[in-house]
Design a protein around this ligand. Structure first.
Ligand SMILES: Nc1ncnc2c1ncn2[C@@H]1O[C@H](COP(=O)(O)OP(=O)(O)OP(=O)(O)O)[C@@H](O)[C@H]1O
Ligand SMILES: [Mg+2]
Length: 362
């Protein structure tokens, strides 16, 4: 899968842009605060319908503008696809090949992306929310049905929570909880099954990567820490009723899941060094690429934001060698020690980013 062209209008600090990308490595360089990450963000948004760094779509509107637009033209193994988005103060609309989509589920898969930014380096030790988001974004790209289940789960949980709030003043409502509990358990169980299968495969591939990067010195095991076992979901939910009514929120379910990274058999959250965390994050990201290739039969586009300054030379080399056949978009500030290496990469297309303008440099 390759992105051929990107058109942007009033997207963050980029007022007007129309560029063609190269089919291999694309290097965007420029000083800080010029628009490099904004560009990557626009591509990621077209792939997933959300930003990798803000939950508020409005933030993407160029200050003072009424609407932001992005359009990405993709060559999907010989088939032309395009994805468009328009964001204004009311919300967003998205199109796939000119057709307005009703749900994000229709978007996933048209542009497969793996993004790797410095925040991902803290995947091992960050809060569980980041790890759940990681699982969900990956599973949504792999299986559109997962997105549907997830959306339904959160919708039902919201309704259940509203009901929990109302029960205090209208105790008779307690009888209606059963219906919500059953539905929540049904969607929750489907999500648990998908997460468990995904993490098992991810763990196997990431462990191989970790071994290769560290010359066999480190093992990596990723363990799914589900908040509740599938077969006990409904039972635990029912048991938690009184507690949930007092707290006015749902205490059992997949929204509390987590994953644990065990490095050489020990919980990485407690024991991993900075370097081990970075290696683990790299192993996981590369495993994500492999999984997409295996599952979808297509190569994703790799987005590397400011990452090279965070990885040492041997890890950079490993990353570059393993992703050679992919199209990549890489941002650099010029302060990296390896900066010249990237500018001189054969076949790389180089862009200079300055004040929201992106100009081809070679
Ligand atoms: N909605 C917006 N409207 C206008 N400008 C914005 C908006 N959001 C962010 N910016 C500005 O866009 C500029 C570029 O941001 P971006 O994050 O792309 O920088 P960058 O080139 O990646 O820099 P760095 O190397 O520091 O990561 C910043 O000055 C930022 O303040
Ligand atoms: Mg940046």
């Amino acid at each position: 899968m390759r992105i051929q062209r990107v058109r942007l209008e009033n997207f963050r600090n980029i007022a007007d842009l129309d560029i063609n990308l190269g089919c291999g490595m694309n290097v965007l360089f420029g000083d800080n605060a010029q628009g490099k990450t904004n560009f990557l963000e626009s591509v990621y948004f077209c792939a997933t319908g959300r930003s990798h760094r803000t939950g508020r779509d409005r933030d993407l509107l160029k200050i003072g503008a009424n609407a932001a637009r992005a359009k990405v033209f993709v060559d999907d193994e010989g088939f032309d696809d395009n994805i468009g988005v328009e964001i204004d103060k009311m919300g967003k609309k998205m199109w796939v090949n000119g057709l307005l989509i009703k749900r994000l589920g229709e978007l996933f898969g048209h542009l497969l992306c793996v993004i790797f930014s410095p925040e991902d380096l803290s995947l091992v030790k960050a809060g569980p929310g980041l790890r759940r988001r990681f699982m969900d974004m990956e599973l949504c790209q792999l299986y559109p049905a997962y997105y549907h289940n997830l959306r339904m789960y959160y919708k039902i949980m919201k309704q259940r929570n509203n009901l929990l709030r109302d029960i205090t003043s209208k105790p008779a409502l307690i009888d209606t909880l059963e219906v919500w509990d059953e539905q929540l358990a049904t969607y929750g169980m489907a999500i648990i099954a998908a997460r468990a299968a995904f993490i098992e495969r991810l763990s196997r591939i990431a462990n191989q990567n970790q071994g290769e990067i560290t010359g066999g010195l480190e093992s990596l095991e990723i363990i799914y820490k589900n908040n509740v076992d599938s077969e006990l979901f409904l039972e635990k939910l029912t048991k938690a009723r009184n507690f949930d009514i007092t707290r006015k929120s749902t205490s059992v379910g997949i929204h509390k899941d987590d994953m644990e990274f065990r490095i050489n058999g020990r919980d990485g959250r407690i024991f991993a060094s900075q370097g081990q965390q970075r290696t683990a994050a790299l192993s996981v990201k590369l495993a994500q690429i492999t999984l997409i290739e295996e599952e979808r039969g297509k190569m994703p586009v790799l987005l590397l934001d400011d990452l090279l300054s965070e990885l040492d030379a041997s890890r950079q080399k490993f990353l570059m060698e393993r992703t050679r056949g992919l199209q990549s978009i890489i941002t650099l500030t010029g302060a990296e020690s390896a900066f010249d290496n990237y500018l001189n990469q054969e076949g790389a297309k180089i862009f200079r980013v300055e004040k929201g303008e992106i100009m081809c440099y070679n």
